[in-house]
Design a protein around this ligand. Sequence first.
Ligand code: GDP
Length: 323
Amino acid sequence: MDKQAKIYVAGHRGLVGSAIVRRLLAEGHDNLLLVTSRELDLRNQAAVTDFFKREKPEYVFLAAAKVGGIEANNSFPAEFIHDNLMIQSNIIHNAYLSGTRRLLFLGSTCIYPRLAPQPLKEEYLLTGPLEPTNEPYAIAKIAGITMCRSYNRQFGTAFLAAMPTNLYGPNDNFDLEKSHVLPALIRKFHEAKDRNAEKVIVWGTGEPKREFLHVDDLADATLFLMNLPDDAYLSLLASHFSPALINIGAGEEVSIRELALLVKNVAGFAGELIFDRTKPDGTPRKLCDVTRIHDLGWRHRIGLEEGLRETYRWYVENMKTGA
Ligand code: GDP
């Protein structure tokens, strides 16, 4: 990507989009297209068509999505499937119509079957039933992956889908009902310490395992992919019948119990952990196989404990009044 290339980051205020923007600016890209959801409702087909006709971005980072943790996915399934299908269809189709050179579609590893072998290889897509708690979101994302591949096949576009593992970092959602586990635990332990509470409630059994990647590493990976030379980039899209898909992860997992103990330690909370088994565990494991991206020459840099300490500091400095 030339430094002057017109780059559209859809979802630039979210966890992922804001990290991509930080990284693009740091690299000297100064022709970024950034519009808020108030200015442009990405679910609105006519509005998105007008926007692309007018702006014709050369590169698109598709980080706009309706996202949330296990409880939010369970409570708002219609919004999770509808909003994501609309946003991604509008953007992918109009990126094709307006001649976008490369598009990176971001999803998550919940697209893989619930009981797929671990670590999750890209080719496990569509080989078994999904985890029910986030099936509507996952099906929307799978539709997006298939859309990228189909447009590449029929129209010769260069649209790639990247599936990051569970992400965390600055600008995350710290709402206790809607967020993912890591920001929720940061907030719970911080508030418990402030109140001198005796215990913190952790949902589920603590047994499921999750992999966590700092969002700055993810942003680094997305620029790495968008900047790949043509032969390497196109090789990721090469087969017409396998998905144009690449995992982005750390390749290491921890149990929710281990994560809770880490956050407890980082926050300096001295009390007890209570596991609320009435809350769902979700999928037992979802560890990415990162061979594909490692073979291209990319690796993550930020370890979990270091990233947690930094995110905890960010939370304390920026969210003093709560999310
Ligand atoms: P998932 O990765 O899609 O299952 O989404 P989450 O990040 O929301 O949840 C991951 C795991 O953490 C699940 O087993 C949750 O039950 C567990 N968990 C423990 N405490 C919490 C919490 O306070 N909030 C959330 N969202 N999950 C929690």
